[in-house]
Design a protein around this ligand. Sequence first.
Ligand code: AFP
Length: 329
Amino acid sequence: MPTTPKKYTTLGRYLVQRQQGHPEASGELTRVLYQIGVVAKIISGYMRRAAIEGLLGYTGEVNVQGEEVKKLDELGNSAFVDAFEYVDIVGAIVSEEMEQPVIVSSDFSREKYVVLVDPIDGSSNLDVDCTVGSIFSIRSYSGSLEKSLLQAGSTQVAAGYIMYGSSVLLVYSVGDGVHSFVLDEQIGEFVLDHDDIRMSDQGKIISTNFANYSKWTPPVREFFDAVTGELQNHYSLRYSGALVADLHQILHRGGIYAYPEEDKKPQGKLRLLYECAPLAMIAEQAGGAGTSGKMRINDIRPEGIHQRVPFAVGSRQEIQKYETAYRRR
Ligand code: AFP
């Protein structure tokens, strides 16, 4: 039976079409996003060959977070830095793997953007071939590097993630909804698979590390006791150890992901600038929300580039309930 050929909308074509709707745009943001697509292909290539080429395991180094660095963490970090070195659109890269921002431009004052990344998020999944991701946030350069970085997440011009799972996905937003692309390995291009993803107002998924229950603060326990104790409990628990994978599921099925504060870790675990802020932007652009429990994530003004923050993200109703538990205490 003859089949109708699929009309492929590649990432490049989609970005150019979107840019044409904004005659005032210079095209530079389009180039930054396109380069991120290139990085995604490079990192996914490393992942596919990692077990064969000895790229699994640790380098022996410890990063700024005090975590042991994996070989793929280092390769992923270099892929992002190399992609923007001297292409004259991005002035600096901030990464989970580097204590200080790296200047990637010969004339920083001319550049328009800074890129913040967690090159491999969920890296403890790497050695067992489970899903991991990369998270990115793009901010405008506004006079000084410090000023550009230490601003609330509401000033992000774009954000997104790459998910390396059963397929490789690139999901991004420039503030006009959330769009998702799947890597077609045969043609080596990202192809549109969901335009303008909407998250349901109330969802099906709870995603958190319940093994930490005894360390959680009272509002967090109260929230999870309530949702798991509901008579008509309609939730399912999904927790992969990779925030990107868990958020992606919630984007499509609704619900809540939380990595809250603990009695002895009041700042939680996740990093504000390159994990929580970009994923909160994705959630909001899809109709959901991101909170620390006490305030909207993207209203928080960071004090340092590696700052941690308690984080919950997901459907609007679940996030409202989560915040209500904090207000009651
Ligand atoms: P790693 O990158 O160190 O594996 O951390 C992953 C992560 O930042 C996030 O992706 C997970 O949701 C969360 O931490 C998992 O942390 P726990 O293992 O403490 O649940």
